[in-house]
Design a protein around this ligand. Structure first.
Ligand code: FES
Length: 101
């Protein structure tokens, strides 16, 4: 699977998240704990836009009902058996790439 460029570090300051689209699928790209991570942009609760949420303590917070998911693992903080899919990320220079199917 190829890596696709989805943005630059300049667009994603520490402790922020942005929503990117690949085809018609949204992804949440996070800068948390010094790392860039990518998760599905669709909340597993009721489909909220995770990429439009906020970062709190290494988690992305869904803007709809404030469920929190670990940016590294996608785990829901109250029940780690529930998780949003995560995706590989690489950073080259200023550019952020994610690997999605
Ligand atoms: S839709 Fe995300 S917390 Fe409800």
């Amino acid at each position: 699977m190829p890596f696709l460029k989805v943005g630059t570090l300049g667009q994603l300051p520490p402790d922020s998240v942005m929503e990117v689209m690949v085809g018609d699928q949204p992804y949440a790209v996070c800068h948390a704990g010094g790392a860039i991570r990518a998760l599905s942009g669709v909340c597993i609760h009721r489909g909220g836009p995770l990429g439009q949420g906020q970062i709190h303590d290494g988690c992305v917070v869904c803007p709809y009902h404030l469920w929190e998911f670990d940016c590294a693992t996608g785990e829901y903080d109250y029940d780690p058996t529930k998780r949003v899919p995560t995706f590989e990320v690489k950073v080259e220079g200023e550019d952020i790439y994610i690997q999605v199917s």
